[in-house]
Design a protein around this ligand. Structure first.
Ligand SMILES: [Zn+2]
Ligand SMILES: [Zn+2]
Length: 336
């Protein structure tokens, strides 16, 4: 079977004709397999959704209980038959619940990686390399200039700044699903055991991560009702990036604006956003992780879904791997 007969792009998303399902469709479909809970991959309105238990829970938290007609949980590593096509979910190391999906039919193996990273993340299961014929990868940071430093080092700079400026608050912009909890967890691992204040938009997700065994330590709501402005002196406050442009952010004393994102590698972006302390903490693979992963899968063909496709496609060709960009639209790098 030719790989493109097993999986190919359609306007709704990647489609599998023999199994009659889509993976991470951007429009409502009958059957959707979802890699992870970020909103560009996990949308409401499908008739039937197959995803990991955690991704289903996260979708319910973010989109409401009625986000799909019916749901089915896929256990990691367990192979299910879907319309005669074998599908297996394996950890992607991207955010809690994230999975790659192996699609197998007539001896052809295609892995849809979703978003993924290889560096350690204390808030989710580590990526598992899967041997396959075709590896479908993202390329959010698919340029050789993108090399992410160890996240613990970045958090170390934050802790240092907190000690250096005890009268100021540190406001950290971090995406609500995954990044925020990872930053909080890394702060705990760095020995920061004081209360961390969180924006209301993170409450339910933080509670959910806790329920899944991700210890976040003492958290409190970052609202003025809980005290006066001075109470936040020396404190760390975490909120979604969008919250930092509204009035909410003005209640904190002389805040140090921080933003945790892989994009903080680009100084210009940090400047544009008025970020004083950029923290390069990414939930996507950097260039090295992308090429190492491609090599590890042993794939003879690579398809690139979104991001900086050109350099990665070129790298594959130079290394004897057939490659093409799928130019899928609708993926926006939420979470980085
Ligand atoms: Zn994502
Ligand atoms: Zn994405």
């Amino acid at each position: 079977m030719r790989p493109r007969d097993l999986l190919h792009p359609r306007p709704e998303g990647l489609y599998c004709p023999p199994g009659d399902f889509f993976i991470d469709p951007v429009q409502p479909v009958d059957r959707a397999l979802i890699t992870h809970g970020h909103s560009d991959h996990a949308r409401a309105g499908h008739r039937h959704v197959l995803a990991t238990r955690q991704t289903l829970d996260i979708m319910a938290l973010r989109c409401g209980e009625g986000f799909a007609g019916a749901t089915q949980a896929a256990a990691l590593g367990e192979t299910l038959s879907h319309g005669g096509v074998a599908v297996t979910f394996q950890p992607a190391g991207h955010v809690l619940g994230s999975a790659q999906i192996l699609v197998e039919h007539d001896g052809t193996r295609i892995v849809v990686s979703g978003d993924y990273k290889r560096s350690a993340d204390p808030t989710c299961a580590p990526f598992v390399p899967i041997p396959c014929d075709v590896f479908i990868t993202e390329a959010t940071f698919g340029l050789p200039v993108f090399r992410h430093p160890p996240a613990a080092e970045e958090i170390g700079r934050l802790v240092k700044s907190v000690h250096q400026f005890p009268e100021r608050s540190h406001l950290i912009g971090a995406y609500a699903l995954g990044k925020a909890q990872r930053v909080i967890r890394l702060l705990r691992e760095a020995g920061h055991d004081q209360t961390i204040y969180v924006h209301g938009a993170l409450d339910r997700l933080c509670d959910y991560f806790e329920s899944q065994g991700v210890r976040l330590g003492p958290l409190a709501p970052a609202t003025v009702e809980t005290g006066s402005k001075g109470d936040f002196a020396g404190a760390i406050v975490v909120g979604p990036p969008s919250a930092f442009v509204d009035r909410w952010a003005r209640r904190f004393p002389d805040p140090v604006a921080c933003f945790a994102s892989g994009w903080m590698r680009i100084r210009q972006r940090a400047k544009q956003r008025g970020v004083e302390l950029p923290l390069i903490v990414s939930d996507h693979s950097d260039w090295d992780e992308l090429v190492e992963t491609i090599e590890e899968t042993g794939a003879s063909e690579v398809w690139v879904t979104h991001g900086r496709e050109e350099a990665l496609v070129r790298w594959c060709e130079l290394n004897g791997i057939a490659a093409k960009a799928l130019h899928l639209v609708g993926y926006e790098d939420e979470g980085d």
